[in-house]
Design a binder for this molecule. Structure first.
Ligand code: PLP
Length: 1011
């Protein structure tokens, strides 16, 4: 039918409204697949939906629709749905004749306010679960509803979806392959599918038919609208349809769908036999979408609403095609609280009555007792990653363990989170950034190459391959064991390729037969020789290999598919890896550690390992660290670790003995400093350094008064807090002490004076404080400031400010201290020290955080003059400061910065980041300012009136963490995101940071500000 002849114009809709309902209001069009729908807004702000049928619509069908809505409203369940409105004649369905003489039916429903599901960004787990819950409630309400009109032929009914087979010719070969794969699967499962329970279901809970609350932080599905497709069919189809749309826009659709399934099952209990069909049913709905779209493009080319979902549906179909049907099925079961693998309990029961011996697996070794070996991410035995990647050394360590435990088999690893899998074959991009397979699914037995492995029970060879290309196993054999009516597999990885491939598929092995021998290092994926032994209840779709390591996010499914192999041998000393409970760690800490300690992030992380720009948590998840300027040359930099370890093994004592390390550290630092600054006092922390610096200034000048910047932070000791406006002007603070004089934060973006011409005004403020001091009849002792004020929000000082302020302070007899605790050691990129950006030479410089790369070492450097006057007879003794271990570490850090040209890297990557962030600021006006030098950057979030947006900054930091990227916020108003990563931060790291930042800046919550 010609679309233009059936279309209803806005004027027509307005007239119908008035004629039938006596309602006046503004009318706007709404999308509709069959009906012509309009949104009505009355003067009293009431809102309705006016629905006008196509010609020849079946009135009985519309009656069914209205009855269904009325039924929902009678239910005890709390659920929102449109309400039926009656016309002037008290009819739920009215009739009109259109301009072409066709009878058209009209209905009015109340408007359900909110926004549609497709407009929600991001669609996180809680929200997805609420979608499932909403649909589950609806299914439950409708379970006992019926109507003769609910039983009909409908193209959109999944149960009837095989009609799509006739239209395969509309697609190219690649698409045909995908479509027929699912159609064939669905067809093959018809016998049991047809037997599933049936009921009237909504049948179209798509992403434009679910209404969502307006809460941008924690949105919830609140109602389903448009019941036009409701029908009697397999009950599971409603969930399948919800899932088909719920998969849109996710990198990992299966993972996203599990929340839907969980939510749905919590409100409407699914049966195990229904879950068998969910994977196919989801695919069938997607197939109906794409087939209908391809047909509509030909039939009604003017109505693009008809293929609105085609593109995302194809994306999901292609993704779904790559997901194993069995794995999806097990995951759905797991989400509903069933054992993920249906045979898991059968296996457990069977194995409980059996007893196998390790000496049957390795008869020539003939040992049955195990010595457990921990290779997990937090294992101290594993040591530094450079060491565990050194095969000879790793083997040596294994040999030592074996020497100490000659009668035992060295083994372990089931469910261990490991950090040893470093090639990118272990990575994938998930719904929340990069995910890495880290959970080991088998047990490793560490034995020499050539050790023979024998079958512990009869089995058929189903796989015997050289898997060395995948670097997961080398020689791999899988045996199938048929038990009464069910089966399981045993997997033998890291065999020699020759012995593994000698087995032939289909070959029967008897208990005691030799399977193969262990491979050597070169043929088993560059591992020290060992057997990877794993139980497998389902091979999924794997034909040439099978994973031995899984993603932590899927651990509950994998541990059901691959139960603990130790249940066969029942070794007392081998138990599956237990994970530390973060809540328990947190509770203990809250009870017994300082009450004012703070934890980062809404859900804190337990970090157990560092590696360059990454931190690794206790389950092996890697986080890109963009905030830690302490791990200056990279977390656990090997040379630095070694320098500390080696020195610690020799001697660690105080500065009252001669030792070359302290001189060496001084020499390394001297090379980077102006010649005037050449005397060092080594201490243990930034606070201690500033404490000493202030003491020096007071001793040298004989005065007590300090001039400091608003929002400056200089440490946690008494004196340091007394000069830190960030603390005494912040929460719990009591304002500036008598001898501290604060000048306003020299912030040209949002400070007291704004713009590029503010130098004089801010210098004037410093002078004001100098005058204040003289007015009190005293003189200034010192002036302390960071070259870029970090806690103040990465405030870049106005040009010339520092030079002129130094002059003013010196003219009054004070000393100038540059706090380089954050900015020092090359981070600024252009210069090695922050003060050098400003063309000044301080009297005292304090150095902290980066100097030890995590080890507590700090320094105060000053001129000979200051040092001489400070040495007034009182000894400066510091028990730990300047000890040989700390100095070895500090010297190695500075050497590494020089050797690896990290200052240059800071300049290049910092400039790249700033350029790209400025481009983002154009796209996202919430970014008010991007500033900083080198790898010390601030991004300030404000509204159009420059009001700070702390919640938005906090939101970004937490969402970035969800994506495996660590960021922090700072500034007196907590609205500045800081970027100050380890200096080994690469261009790839910068791109990853920017990519996710852009994604998150586009999320709903970020748009909620005055612009
Ligand atoms: C600029 C500045 N000065 C001093 C300190 C104090 O250093 P520490 O925590 O090592 O005592 C810090 C620490 O955050 C700092 O950022």
């Amino acid at each position: 039918m010609d679309y233009n002849r059936i279309k209803i114009s806005l004027d027509q809709a307005e007239k119908i409204l008035l004629d039938l309902y006596r309602i006046e209001g503004t009318v706007s069009p709404l999308p509709g697949y069959v009906d012509f729908n309009f949104k009505i807004k009355t003067k009293k702000e009431e809102r309705f939906v006016l629905k006008i049928s196509r010609p020849n619509e079946n009135k009985k069908y519309l009656d069914y629709q209205q009855k269904l809505l009325q039924y929902i409203h009678q239910s005890d369940e709390k659920i929102m749905a449109p309400k039926v409105l009656f016309d002037q004649n008290d009819e739920a369905i009215s009739e009109i004749i259109d301009d072409y003489g066709n009878k058209r039916y009209v209905r009015m429903l109340t408007w359900v306010s909110g926004r549609v599901w497709s407009a929600v960004n991001p669609q996180l787990a809680n929200f997805r679960q609420s979608l499932g819950e909403q649909c589950g409630i609806l299914t439950k309400i409708l379970e006992n509803f019926d109507h003769p009109e609910a039983h009909y032929y409908f193209e959109w009914d999944i149960a009837q979806g095989l009609w799509t087979k006739k239209h395969l010719h509309l697609f190219d070969e690649q698409k045909k392959e995908v479509l027929s794969y699912f159609q064939d699967l669905f067809e093959a499962s018809q016998v049991s599918y047809k037997k599933l329970r049936k009921s009237v279901v909504h049948n179209d809970p798509n992403d434009n038919n679910i209404i969502v609350s307006l809460d941008l932080y924690n949105p919830k599905a609140i109602a389903a609208i448009d019941y036009g497709d409701a029908m009697y069919t397999q009950t599971i189809n409603d969930l399948a349809i919800l899932c088909a749309y719920g998969a849109f826009g996710h990198e990992n659709p299966l993972s996203a769908l599990l929340d839907l399934v969980k939510g749905y099952h919590s409100k409407f209990k699914l049966e195990e036999k229904e879950l068998v069909h969910l994977y196919h049913a989801i695919a069938m709905r997607l197939i109906i979408i794409v087939t209908r779209a391809a047909m509509s493009k030909i039939e009604e080319p003017d109505n693009p609403y008809l293929w609105i979902s085609e593109k995302p549906a194809w994306k999901v179909l292609n993704q779904w095609f790559l997901i194993s049907a069995d794995f999806a099925h097990y995951s759905f079961r797991d989400a509903c609280g069933f054992s993920a693998h249906p045979d898991e309990n059968t296996f457990k029961k069977w194995v409980a009555s059996k007893s196998f011996k390790l000496s049957e697996l390795f008869p020539r070794i003939n040992k049955d007792v195990v010595h457990p070996l921990d290779l997990s991410v937090s294992s101290k035995w594993m040591g530094h990653e450079k060491e565990f990647n050194n095969l000879d050394y790793f083997q040596y360590k294994i040999d030592q363990v074996q020497k100490n435990e000659p009668d035992k088999l060295i083994a372990g690893g089931y469910l261990e989170p490991r950090s040893i899998y470093t090639t990118n074959t272990y990575d994938r991009i998930g719904n929340n950034g990069t995910e890495r397979r880290s959970i080991h699914l088998g047990i490793d037995y560490w034995l020499p190459a050539e050790t023979a492995v024998h079958a512990i029970l009869d089995g058929e060879v189903v796989l015997a391959v050289n898997d060395a290309g995948n670097k997961e196993y080398g020689g791999l054999v899988i045996l199938k064991h048929q038990i009464d009516g069910w089966l399981f597999y045993t997997l033998y990885g890291h065999l020699s390729v020759a012995s593994a491939t000698k087995n032939k598929r289909g070959q029967q092995l008897k208990k005691g037969d030799k399977i193969g021998v262990l491979g050597n290092t070169t043929e088993n994926g560059n591992w020290a020789p060992h057997l990877h032994f794993q139980i497998v209840l389902s091979l999924l779709d794997y034909e040439v290999d099978f994973p031995g390591v899984a993603y932590f996010s899927e651990i509950t499914v994998w541990k059901s598919i691959c139960p603990d192999p130790n249940v066969l041998f029942k070794s007392d000393s081998l138990s599956p890896k237990q994970y530390a409970d973060p809540e328990a760690l947190k509770n203990y800490r809250q009870q017994h550690l300082g009450k004012s300690l703070r934890l980062q992030y809404k859900t804190p992380i337990e970090m157990v390992r560092g590696s360059g720009v990454f931190l690794v948590d206790s389950v092996g998840r890697k986080y890109l660290d963009t905030v830690n300027n302490v791990a200056h040359v990279g977390h656990e930099n090997y040379e630095v670790v070694k320098a500390g370890q080696e020195q610690m093994a020799l001697i660690n004592t105080n500065t009252r003995y001669l030792h070359k390390n302290i001189n060496n550290l001084a020499k390394e630092l001297l090379e980077t400093l102006p010649p005037e600054l050449n005397v060092f006092h080594f201490v243990n922390s930034g606070s201690e350094a500033n404490e000493l610096a202030v003491r020096m200034a007071k001793t040298v000048t004989g005065e007590k008064d300090m001039i400091v910047s608003e929002a400056g932070y200089h440490g946690n000791t008494n004196t340091c807090v007394a000069i830190s406006s960030y603390k005494f002007d912040g929460k719990g603070g009591q304002g500036a002490p008598e001898y501290t004089h604060v000048f306003p934060l020299p912030d040209k973006f949002r400070g007291k004076y704004r713009g590029n011409e503010t130098t004089e005004e801010y210098v004037e403020e410093v002078q004001k404080q100098l005058k204040n001091i003289t007015r009190k009849g005293r003189n200034v002792a010192g002036f302390i400031i960071e070259p870029i004020i970090s806690c103040g929000g990465q405030i870049v000082l106005p040009e010339g400010f520092l030079k002129k302020s130094y002059q003013a302070v010196r003219n009054s007899g004070g000393l100038c201290i540059s706090d380089e605790i954050q900015t020092g050691c090359g981070r600024m990129g252009k210069t090695f020290w922050g003060f050098q950006l400003h063309d000044v030479i301080p009297d005292i410089v304090t150095i902290g955080k980066p100097l030890g790369n995590g080890h507590p070492v700090a320094a105060v450097v000053c001129t000979q003059e200051v040092a001489k006057q400070f040495a007034n007879g009182m000894e400066f003794f510091n028990t730990f400061g300047g000890n040989p271990v700390s100095c070895a570490i500090g010297a190695e850090v500075i050497r590494t910065v020089k050797r690896e040209q990290l200052q240059k890297n800071a300049l290049e990557i910092g400039n790249y980041l700033k350029k790209e962030l400025l481009a983002l600021a154009i796209q996202f006006p919430i970014i008010g300012d991007v500033r900083g030098e080198g790898l010390f950057i601030g991004i300030e979030l404000v509204d159009k009136n420059l009001n700070p947006l702390a919640n938005h900054a906090d939101y970004i930091a937490n969402r970035m963490k969800d994506h495996g990227i660590l960021m922090s916020t700072d500034g007196p108003d907590h609205n500045v995101l800081k970027i100050k990563p380890p200096m080994v931060f690469s261009i790839q790291n910068a791109k990853e940071l920017l990519g996710y930042l852009k994604k998150i800046l586009g999320e709903d919550f970020m748009k909620n500000f005055k612009n």
